[in-house]
Design a protein around this ligand. Structure first.
Ligand code: AMP
Length: 420
């Protein structure tokens, strides 16, 4: 036998036994996002690589190390999308969504790609959900976007998470803070990890969220971003907190939340689940007031967040939460004899046409084998037809949950199943 193929490192199959969990969290996200007035947008999986280089930032890990770039046959440089915001902004600008009724509140779901070292909760192809809100820089909108994420996690039943917020100010205040950070970290250069040493010149803020313990210890006393906020950002941040308090959404302020991407300004936030280990961010986002203009659009403010479905499902499993009903047939037909088999097949067609999930195992001939197959399928009812039943136009129906068995006319079966 030829040797089989292996799935690429850092990717995974969503197997049939797990699919219902994904469908459940996706449907829940869709419902919550739509209840906040968001409309779905779906962009391609690949874009011009330049789109990400310009927006996410040349010096970020995503661009430097993690992006899957490739050339197509015409030599165009393309990239598998590493994140969802830049493509949504690209589409927002390209399609003039600013002027459309459904254009300002957008949500998306889909795969993202990053070449990183795979570990629990970190994959090379992962699936994100996210929202983007355009056109208002009112602090209420920040709170509302944060509330949407909070509602979603709560709706799924999660309790082991916390919301951490920060403000990273404007580009101007950020520059002053960066200078203070460089001056602070410079004398510690020798003690920093290799990544942080290169980050120091390019993006000193990134040193604040390095996970290496020795770097963390040094970063603990670094100058806080909040001390460097310009007046407007500080006022904005205070109002966001007031709105969150009004909405009864608990939060803590964490001045080390910097987000790994260049385009953020003012509010930044993350939902953290500490039981997840080192990959503990359930979702994260922030304001990006200059990104639309930077990508060629009319100056338009924006704010959004994204989260990964993998960590979400992992968190739900850790908290033993329900993913809704496990899909199973409503009825499993068991037949004995040639006539009964024909009736069963006709009945099966009627059931499928009526939208009722129904199963039948044509390969099993004995009653015993068919009953076993029915049990395994986790069906609600087993419908048994032998020659006697067929003659009287009836089907013997066993309720697999209660064990109760009744005899009903075949032509009443669909109505019965719809009612019970
Ligand atoms: P980011 O775009 O890096 O801010 O990530 C937002 C969210 O996406 C994170 O909080 C995670 O839930 C998820 N995420 C990011 N990168 C990965 C990855 N490599 N594997 C799985 N989930 C990820």
């Amino acid at each position: 036998m030829a040797e089989g193929y292996k799935i690429p490192r850092g990717t995974f199959d969503i197997l049939p036994s797990e699919s219902y969990k994904w469908n459940y969290v996706m449907a829940t996200f869709r419902r919550i996002a739509e209840s906040y007035g968001y409309h779905q947008i779906t962009t391609p999986i690949f874009e011009q690589s330049d789109l990400f280089e310009r927006s996410v930032g040349d010096a970020t890990d995503i661009i430097q190390k993690e992006m899957y770039r490739f050339q197509d046959r015409k030599g165009r440089s393309l990239a598998l999308r590493p994140e969802g915001t830049a493509p949504v902004v690209r589409s927002f600008v390209e399609n003039n969504l600013l002027y459309e009724k459904k254009g300002n509140r957008l949500y998306y779901m889909g795969p993202m790609f990053r070449y990183d070292r795979p570990q629990k909760g970190r994959y090379r192809q992962f699936y994100q959900y996210g929202v983007e809100n355009f056109g208002s820089d009112h602090p209420y909108i920040d709170a509302e976007v944060i509330a949407l994420g909070y509602s979603f996690l709560k709706e799924l039943g999660l309790t082991d998470f916390s919301l951490e917020i920060n403000s990273i100010g404007t580009a101007k205040s950020s520059e002053v803070h960066n200078a203070a950070l460089s001056a602070y970290f410079e004398p510690h250069l020798e003690e920093l990890c290799a990544d942080c040493r290169t980050r120091l010149n390019k993006n000193p803020k990134r040193l604040l969220d390095c996970k290496v313990p020795s770097c963390r210890a040094i970063a603990g006393n670094a100058p806080s971003m909040l001390a460097y906020l310009d007046e407007e950002s500080a006022a904005h941040f205070a109002r966001v907190q007031e709105y969150l308090t009004l909405m009864e959404i608990p939060f803590t302020i964490n001045p080390t939340i910097v987000r790994g991407l260049d385009y953020y300004s003012k509010t930044a936030f993350e939902y953290i689940n500490n039981n997840l280990g080192s990959q503990n961010a359930l979702a994260g986002g922030g304001r990006y007031d200059t990104l639309v203009e930077q990508l060629g659009g009319k100056a338009t403010t924006g704010i959004g967040f994204a989260g990964g479905f993998e960590r979400l499902i992992l968190s739900m499993e850790q908290e033993n939460l329900s993913f809704g009903e496990v899909p199973h047939p409503r009825i499993f037909l068991v037949s004995l004899g040639d006539e009964a088999e024909k009736t069963a097949i006709k009945l099966l067609t009627d059931l499928h046409n009526a939208g009722i999930s129904a199963a039948f195992d044509v390969d099993k001939t004995t009653l015993n084998a068919q009953m076993k197959a029915a049990g395994k399928s986790d069906t609600d009812f087993t419908g048994i037809m032998g020659d006697d039943e067929i003659k009287s136009g009836k089907i013997s129906l066993k309720n697999m949950r209660s064990g109760e068995q009744i005899l009903i006319p075949i032509n009443e079966l669909i109505t019965f199943l719809k009612k019970n």
